[in-house]
Design a protein. Structure first.
Length: 355
């Protein structure tokens, strides 16, 4: 239970139950495809298991901020649709970043490549793994739309939320392409890195989930704009925290190797600030090391460069400022008091994760 009395653990269990039931329904439909479909569905169950369910929670409380739900079961299904979108993004993101793990288990493309290799099938195991990850991510993306559309609420109530969902998916996909393009060019200033952060993560992680919940409650453009004043800066703070975790996080907490963002060559706001502020020799070492295989000592050395440059402290300060701006906007919004309290707790959970 949170201080507000909201059972966040119970909510996560409920979302998981919705997702499990939905996959069971899809499994029955795909049963005629045999064992291959079974392997795909087994991976789906692994991908959608666990997680903080922040996107579903922001959708749920975005609705409650505007109005009490007429059908909580249907609203829960709508919220769970955002977790399918998130799972899709993670599967594709891991493939594009050549990540080995996700939440302590093999990334989807790695798992299927290993299965291909063990079975001694023909062709390239890595290509098979990549194909499987693309298709599985696409399937989850399609299912996210289906679950929202068939959540159980009247279509006239769901339609405005689907409009927001359409924009959300376009934003995150375009933001992802901007991210891979920035990495390919091997350069990004702070402004560009912030644009990537905003569209690849911040909007789809918090702002759009709140909008979808509010749209399901009948919110109009003015209310959505007011919620943006809370959701967008909070989403930016959330992703900045994630960027810190990608460099300084404990693998036991993140489920990824130490300094994983450095190995993947992520041109984040943290890295852009460090490259601007570090002495030339340190900046050149950091720049040339990004996206290369790194041992533990090399990761530790790059962490020192980033910390000594002041970038770590600067990002921490920006996170705090953005979170304060978001919460102040929330309290000015005139929303349901109980929902406001829980949204403030969610803001803290999103931005105060331990590095």
């Amino acid at each position: 239970m949170t201080a507000s009395g909201w059972d966040d653990a119970g909510f996560r269990d409920q979302v998981q139950g919705v997702l499990d039931d939905f996959v069971d329904e899809q499994a029955a439909r795909l049963a005629p495809l045999g064992d291959d479909a079974g392997r795909l569905l087994t991976e789906v169950r692994g991908v959608i298991g666990g997680g903080k369910r922040l996107r579903a929670a922001f959708c749920w409380w975005g609705h409650h901020a505007v109005a009490a739900p007429s059908d909580e079961k249907a609203l829960l299904r709508a919220c769970a649709a955002l977790e399918l979108l998130h799972a899709s993004a993670l599967v594709h993101d891991d493939l594009m970043d050549a990540s080995d793990t996700r939440r302590g288990r093999p990334a989807t493309h790695r798992g299927f490549a290993t299965a291909h290799r063990r079975s001694r099938w023909r062709g390239d195991p890595e290509q098979y793994g990549a194909a499987a990850a693309i298709l599985l991510g696409d399937l989850l993306l399609s299912w996210s739309d289906e679950l929202l559309r068939r959540c159980g609420l009247p279509l006239e109530q769901v339609a405005p939320a689907l409009d927001v969902f359409d924009r959300c998916r376009s934003e995150v996909i375009a933001g992802q392409f901007l991210d891979v393009s920035v990495q390919a060019r091997g350069e990004a200033d702070v402004e560009t890195a912030m644009t990537v952060l905003r569209y690849k993560s911040a909007k789809y992680s918090i702002e759009r989930p709140i909008h979808i919940g509010a749209a399901l409650a009948g919110a109009g453009p003015e209310t959505l704009a007011t919620l943006s004043a809370f959701g967008l800066p909070l989403g930016e703070a959330f992703q900045l925290r994630d960027d810190l975790l990608g460099v300084f996080g404990d693998p036991a907490t993140t489920g990824k190797p130490a300094g994983d963002d450095l190995v993947e060559g992520k041109r984040t706001v943290l890295i852009a600030l460090a490259l601007d502020a570090a002495p030339q020799a340190d900046a050149e070492l950091l720049d040339h090391s990004l996206g290369t295989p790194l041992g533990a000592d090399e990761v530790a050395g790059l962490r020192r460069i980033i910390a000594d440059s002041g970038a770590h402290a600067q990002v921490e300060a920006v996170i705090e400022q953005l979170a304060e701006t978001a919460v102040a906007a929330l309290h000015r919004g005139g929303f349901d008091p109980a929902a406001t309290q829980v949204l403030e707790e969610l803001a803290s959970a999103a931005t105060q994760r331990v590095v």
